[in-house]
Design a binder for this molecule. Structure first.
Ligand code: FAD
Length: 456
């Protein structure tokens, strides 16, 4: 080894946010200047980019190979056309601190602000506004992508659209994104005007969601999966819109674009292996959460972190499930299969599982990306501690119901899918594989997930 050579990358054990399926890889810290050398140095097991590791399973892991972590990079806002060009390693947290005081919001935010722009595009993330605005990739106009042979290409909806759409939702398997340009949403204030409805049954929740979806940019429902009888699937619907300057109080109007995003607490690491989630604690939590919501409240002004990122208030909250971790089961079914969604929710309620994180959303039309998850219809996401192994057969039955209905599961949340489930859910896989073979014939980009699901 030459004295000027960088120190070899440390071998570290990595997991996703669900803390399941750890694997050891060499974690290589890179920036735009050192990326090509790092790619040329990849072992036969290949490499994969990693953002902030907020995917729940193993897409940002590559056991026995290299994992490349890109330094944040710059944020350049172009106010003439309301776009930003941002390093792929920049987080939505960093972005909002720059954008909001300047009167802009990101086109799509997930339920945590600790994701990178690279991760947002690779998973083609959706937010509470999918029914109106689509997913993140829909707002991207340009990506600078470093390919497996280290050439850099610029791609967009009008420039090599096949490779562009294969990269959107492509889970890092077409190349390393260096930066991206995307459209911003101009906002007058940093507040969200929120209407809240406490609804006593699943039917009421779904009916209200459909009735109100065109009136609100943002819409999401939390469901109580431990409620029984005629209250099965009762929940709290929160619809939001960016508040206008005229909606602020005199005190707030002094700094309409004030933005603060603090973390209030950090979950200690010493939670018992099986966690603190059980039927009693979850029943109490769900009852409290449901009762604390007003029956109906209009136009409450909330901050961006309160409305969009409440989970970020507690750092490392994923430790609540214990060291065995947890999985998120997230699926979509088309509108004409609403009965499948209803049936799955009823079966979950009948099983009386300790589930407190239950998110029901409406999706609008999908985009052209072959591996993008969202399509018109309904989506449900639930978190389940993996200690509850008896749920395996139930989820297997749900898989079949979802796939038979023309639905699919989300790669960014997946830790347990089989190659067969994946293939049935993503019927355009062969089309994506042809594009991937064009830009990475030797199979340089690889992850634990890509091997597990045989994506490439
Ligand atoms: C609490 C919580 C709430 C969430 N809510 C939502 C939600 O509402 N909607 C939603 O859609 N998702 C949601 N997610 C999932 C999250 O948005 C995605 O998993 C996202 O991809 C994570 O970004 P990351 O930077 O952590 O990427 P990682 O998890 O590190 O990586 C994800 C994928 O991106 C690829 N990647 C990362 N950077 C690059 C790059 N520079 N070039 C090429 N590929 C790259 C990786 O290879 C990997 O395949 C949530 C996650 C959490 C933990």
């Amino acid at each position: 080894m030459d004295a000027n050579d960088p120190a070899p990358a440390p071998r570290v054990e990595l997991t996703g946010f669900g803390l399941t399926n750890p694997s050891a890889a060499s974690l290589v810290e890179i920036d735009v200047a050192t990326a090509a050398a790092a790619i040329k140095d990849l072992p036969s097991r290949g490499g994969i980019a990693r953002g902030l590791g907020r995917s729940y399973g193993d897409p940002a892991q590559n056991g026995g190979g290299h994992v490349l972590r890109l330094a944040p990079g710059s944020i350049v806002v172009d106010e003439s056309d309301h776009t930003a060009t941002v390093g792929a390693g920049v987080s939505i947290d960093d972005l909002l601190r720059v954008l909001v005081p300047r009167g802009y919001f990101v086109p799509v935010t997930p339920g945590t602000r600790y994701v990178t722009v690279g991760g947002a595009i690779a998973s083609d993330i959706h937010g509470k506004n999918h029914h109106l605005d689509g997913s993140f990739g829909t707002h991207v106009t340009n990506i600078r992508l470093m390919l497996a042979d280290t050439t850099i290409v610029e791609i967009g909806p009008d420039r090599d659209p096949e490779l562009f759409w294969a990269t959107v939702g492509g889970m890092g398997l077409t190349g390393l994104m260096l930066d991206a340009t995307f459209r911003l949403l101009p906002i007058e204030t940093s507040r969200i005007s929120v209407d809240t409805y406490r609804l006593g049954s699943l039917d009421e929740v779904m009916t209200e969601m459909v009735a109100s979806e065109s009136d609100f940019r943002y819409s999401v429902a939390w469901l109580d999966l431990l409620a029984t009888g005629r209250h099965v699937g009762r929940g709290v619907l929160t619809n939001g819109a960016h508040a206008t300057a005229g909606q602020l109080t005199a005190a707030e109007a002094g700094d309409p674009l004030e933005y603060r995003a603090d973390q209030l607490a950090v979950m200690p690491p010493l939670v018992p292996p099986s966690g603190v989630i059980n039927k009693l604690t979850v029943k109490a939590f769900n009852e409290m959460w449901y009762r604390k919501a007003p029956r109906s409240r209009r136009g409450e002004l909330q901050s961006i972190p309160t409305y969009f990122h409440p989970l970020d208030l507690v750092g490392h909250w994923n430790r609540v499930y214990g060291s065995e971790g947890f999985v998120q089961y997230q699926f979509h079914v088309p509108d004409d299969a609403v009965d499948v969604m209803v049936s799955i929710i009823h079966r979950l309620a009948a099983a009386q599982l300790p589930i407190f994180m239950t998110v029901l959303k409406r999706f609008g039309p999908g985009n052209p990306a072959p591996l993008s998850f969202p399509q018109s219809g309904w989506q449900l996401a639930i978190d389940i501690g993996v200690a509850r192994r008896r749920i395996g057969p139930l989820l297997g039955a749900f898989d079949r119901m979802v796939l038979d209905a023309g639905g699919r599961h989300y790669l960014a949340k997946d830790a347990t899918m089989t190659p067969e489930t994946f293939r049935r859910g993503y019927p355009r896989l062969a089309e994506w594989q042809d594009i991937r073979a064009r830009v990475d014939p030797a199979g340089v980009w690889a992850s634990d997930q890509s091997r597990r699901l045989r994506i490439t």
